[in-house]
Every structure is written in C-alpha cells, then in structure tokens.
Ligand binder design. Structure first.
Ligand code: GLN
Length: 186
C-alpha cells in the first residue's frame, strides 16, 4: 500500500511523518507526471485552499485527481483540503474539486478563536487531539454524509463513502488514530 500526499503547498510533510511512523510508504504529488505513480489513496493537506486550487489547475492535475476521487480513490482531507472537496464554499462562488456533499465556510471561527487546540470524540475514538488553524466550518451535509466529530455544535469531521474530511489537523502531534482510521477505509 502507498499513500500519495498532495505536496503543492501546506503541511504535507506532517502527514508524511504520520504515515512514516505507521510504516506506510508515501509519495508526493508535486507535478502532473507524479500522477503516474502507483498509489492507493490520497491525502489533501491543510494550507491555503485558494493557492492549492490554483496550482492544481495551473499544473493540469485538477481533472485527473477529481475523476479519481469520483471513481472511489480513498481521500483524506484536512482543513484547506476539506475546502477543496466541498461542493459549495459559502461566501465564495468558487468550487474546487467539489466531490463531497458538504457546504463549508472558510475562516469560520473569527479572529479571536482562529487557532486553538482541543480534543474530542471522532467516530468511536475518544480524546482525539484536534488542532484548529484558521479552520473552516462544515455548515451543511447532504444525506449520506456521516458526521464523525463535532466541536461546540459545529461539525468538524465527516465521511462520505471513500472520502474523509475534517476541519482540524490530526497530523500535528503524535496521535496516529485518525490516520489509522483512514487506512482502515482503503
Ligand atoms: N484558512 C485556510 C483556507 O481557507 C485553511 C487553513 C488550514 O488549512 N489550516 O484555505
């Protein structure tokens, strides 16, 4: 098994470090030719969704990645990655990959609370560390999207078939359980 990590911008190295701890090989997707590599699942890291969306298009990687996700490639998205997957970005007419039936609002926690750390329940896991960094909020989900985590009444993690998305960063820290959950989906 090998996990591809989109490595155009953002915290892809932290995701790779988690899989290294789990002895799972990774490869970086930096340019179109990297899409010919052999991989079984994809990670979309946090960072800046506008930059990542622009680079995906400019590097001509967008359609290939989108159709693979629609065809069932397992994907785990964190923060900006979740914005890339969303079918709707509230307050912004842009849609990036748009493969997941969620509506998100960018930078939804305001200035005071823009970055914070907490821990909480994720599916059947307890006390999962969750770092929020200028996080979006998932405001609506279509039927069939399973809510896996919430914080203060806000949805923070969802799954729709082979797509897993969260608004926090599970990869910052030493707890591997969210990555292990993703591996169980592959
Ligand atoms: N605020 C960023 C965006 O809108 C996401 C932040 C993150 O990925 N930590 O893309």
């Amino acid at each position: 098994m090998r996990i591809a990590v989109l490595a155009l911008q953002g915290d892809f190295a932290e995701h790779e470090a988690v899989f290294r701890r789990l002895n799972i090989p990774t490869c970086q997707l930096r340019q179109k030719s990297d899409l010919d590599l052999d991989f079984d699942a994809l990670v979309l890291p946090g960072g800046e969704s506008t930059v990542q969306g622009k680079l995906l298009r400019e590097l001509d990687m967008f359609d290939n990645i989108r159709s693979r996700i629609l065809n069932g490639l397992p994907v785990m998205a964190t923060c900006a990655g979740t914005i890339l997957l969303a079918q709707q970005i509230l307050d912004d007419p842009t849609v990036h990959l748009g493969t997941m039936g969620i509506s998100v609002r960018r930078n939804a926690y305001g200035r005071q609370l823009s970055s914070f750390y907490t821990s909480g329940t994720f599916g059947e896991l307890n006390d999962v560390p969750m770092s929020f960094i200028r996080a979006p909020q998932i405001e609506f989900c279509v039927p069939g999207v399973e809510v896996l985590a919430e914080h203060d009444g806000r949805i923070t993690a969802v799954r729709q078939g082979s797509q897993l998305a969260m608004t926090f960063h599970p990869e910052l820290g030493s707890d591997n359980r969210v990555a292990e959950y993703f591996l169980s989906m592959i």
